[in-house]
Design a protein around this ligand. Structure first.
Ligand SMILES: [Cu+2]
Length: 598
């Protein structure tokens, strides 16, 4: 049987969990949950419950519950590689489990969350922005927490006055639930003002991410929040050392919807967890800060939620041990600074032991905008946070006197060779052998006749041939069986045999420069750009700063070309397309209905 494996819409959704172990959770931001499981059948061994890392805001541990995992227990504190194991130790759910295979993921519980979307003025840095759009009247939105294998159910109510919305859970695989991806125009109609929509999906992966509005640029006005799925880790840290996620973003004192057409507006400030400083007025908030206990190892969750900025993150005098890139556990490596592109996440472990102790023993947390991957009206403060030690020294509450590591701030991803996924992938040759015909050139197109502003000419990003256009009333997912597609939908159809083997779809994404195209309507710009694939982790077979125009003449687009890494290449769900360069990515054609975007 031939299966159109990219675009077949599965007509069923499987439910792994029955309703009788459901834990009802209070709306987020309205108090701590009781963490009580109702109606659990207590015959046999006790239901498995244990404390995940502590929530520093409540001081209480987040409770993981596996009432259906009879005969299992939590792995030992000193073995963070392992999550739970059978009493005889023969069966384990650990960092070696293939989290892409639902059979190798533990059966958790269902956790329910409620998110109300509303408008309110925000002043995260002392300057009021009138048109904030937020989840549950807070910015950033509430922290969605769950445990590996749980089912997450999020009921979203749109209380905005004017616009529709949809909520995307970034990086979540959405296996067999493509209609829960939250991309309006593709996987659903927008949620109209006054309407409610419930997202439900299984957390097969573990790690951290963010959820955000996928309606136009609403997330730039505040509609985003962090999400953590607790699971094993590839290096040791102390349980009590876990901290709340650190969200870094650029910020504008005007709504993103006030931006005039034309060039992207310059950003006005940086925020760390919704907290920044601007000017010197009395409303200026305290800097973001965290307190370490000497000698402990802390797990930090870093998430870039920016609109237009790649950040270089560092903590003076402290090395960062990187253990997870996006939702992919990796072989740990050490860095003085981390380059974090938009939408990328890292789990890092920090040893509370400064290399050279600074006076007063406190240290700057720096978020430096990467050169040429950021645009600010005037240079923002890069010293955005403070790491303190819980000492009683008289000067411990002063501003740090620490000095930064010396490093470059060029716009790039983390070093390609450092990112080694723990669970290995061996990528096969492309199932789509017409790769060059579907070269995805990223460019700007000078477009007219755009809906709502037909008399204006707009510069719009495009991939392949045209800016992507969606019809809110007719999401793509409803018509996947069609034979022909409009040019601007950029649909690539691949036939793969339904033989139980892995089939790899390769994509060539290029950033050419200076090549006249389409009568001068398309412009190739010398800027790096983050590329993101929904519903799959992708293998980064090659990330090149040289031009495809130079390389293509003697390039074989399969694993035989030594410039392509098929043997356990880096993988994640966001990668930076270098200016003038190109990416070759591959993903398994095992999750119908998904596509990349930028
Ligand atoms: Cu996403």
């Amino acid at each position: 049987m031939k299966v159109d494996s990219l675009w077949t819409c599965l007509s069923y959704v499987f439910e792994l969990l029955s309703g009788n172990t459901v834990q009802d959770q209070l709306p987020l931001g309205q108090g701590h949950t009781s963490n009580v499981v109702s109606h659990v059948d207590n015959i046999g061994s006790e239901p498995l419950m244990f404390e995940a890392p502590r929530d520093p805001r409540t001081g209480e541990g987040f409770i993981c519950e596996y009432p259906r995992m009879r005969g299992y227990r939590k792995c030992h504190e000193n073995d963070k590689h392992c999550w739970i194991k059978s009493h005889d130790g023969r069966r384990k759910f650990d960092i070696n489990s293939d989290y892409e295979n639902p059979k190798e993921v533990p059966l958790g519980i269902t956790r329910r969350f409620e998110l109300d979307i509303g408008e309110m003025p925000l002043s995260p840095d002392g300057v009021t922005m009138e048109h904030g759009k937020v989840f549950n009247r807070q910015y950033p939105g509430p922290w969605i927490q769950a445990c590996w294998g749980d089912t997450i159910e999020v009921t979203v109510t749109n209380k905005l006055q004017y616009n529709g919305t949809s909520v995307h859970f970034h990086g979540i695989r959405q296996l067999n639930t493509p209609h829960m991806d939250g991309v309006n125009g593709i996987t659903q109609c927008p949620i109209a003002p006054g309407d409610t929509f419930t997202y439900k999906f299984r957390a097969l992966q573990y790690g951290s991410s963010w959820y955000h509005s996928h309606y136009s640029l609403q997330y730039g006005d505040g509609m985003l929040g962090p999400m953590t799925i607790y699971g094993p880790t590839t290096a040791q840290y102390d349980l009590e050392g876990a901290l709340e996620p650190i969200l870094m973003t650029d910020w504008n004192h005007r709504s993103v919807f006030e931006a005039k057409t034309g060039a992207a507006p310059k950003m006005t400030n940086i925020l760390l967890n919704g907290n920044g400083q601007y000017g010197s007025g009395p409303d200026r908030p305290e800097k973001f800060n965290m307190t370490f206990e000497e000698g402990k190892k802390y797990l930090l969750i870093l998430i870039n939620t920016a609109v237009d900025t790649t950040f270089i993150f560092s903590i003076d005098e402290h090395l960062l041990q990187v253990v997870e890139t996006d939702f992919v556990p990796i072989v740990p490596y050490y860095r003085e600074k981390l380059r974090i592109g938009i939408g990328q996440r890292y789990h890092v472990i920090v040893h509370a032991k400064p290399r050279n102790p600074a006076r007063h023993n406190n240290y700057w947390i720096r978020t430096i905008p990467a050169r040429q991957c950021s645009k600010f009206a005037c240079g923002p403060d890069e010293k955005m946070g403070i790491l303190r030690y819980n000492t009683t020294k008289p000067d411990s509450d002063k501003d740090p006197l620490s000095t930064p590591f010396l490093f470059d701030i060029q716009c790039a991803d983390e070093p390609y060779e450092e990112i080694i996924p723990w669970k290995k992938w061996r990528v096969g040759n492309p199932a789509n052998n017409d790769l060059t015909k579907t070269e995805f050139q990223v460019s700007l197109k000078n477009s007219s006749g755009v809906p709502y502003v037909p008399d204006k000419r707009l510069l719009r990003w495009d991939m392949h041939l045209d800016p992507f256009r969606i019809n809110f009333s007719d999401p793509t997912i409803l018509s996947l069986e069609r034979e022909t597609w409009p040019r601007y939908t950029d649909v690539v159809t691949v036939d793969t045999p339904d033989d139980g083997e892995d089939h790899w779809i390769w994509l060539l994404i290029t950033a050419p420069y200076g090549i006249p195209s389409e009568g001068g309507e398309r412009m190739f710009v010398p800027a790096a750009h983050p590329m993101h694939l929904h519903g799959h982790d992708f293998a980064l077979l090659r990330q090149s700063t040289t031009s495809w125009e130079d390389d293509k003449h003697n390039f074989t687009l399969d694993c035989s070309d030594e410039r392509v890494k098929c043997d356990n290449p880096p993988r994640r769900d966001v990668a930076l397309l270098p200016a003038y360069g190109y990416l070759i990515i591959a993903f398994k054609a095992d999750n119908p209905g998904k596509l990349p975007h930028l």
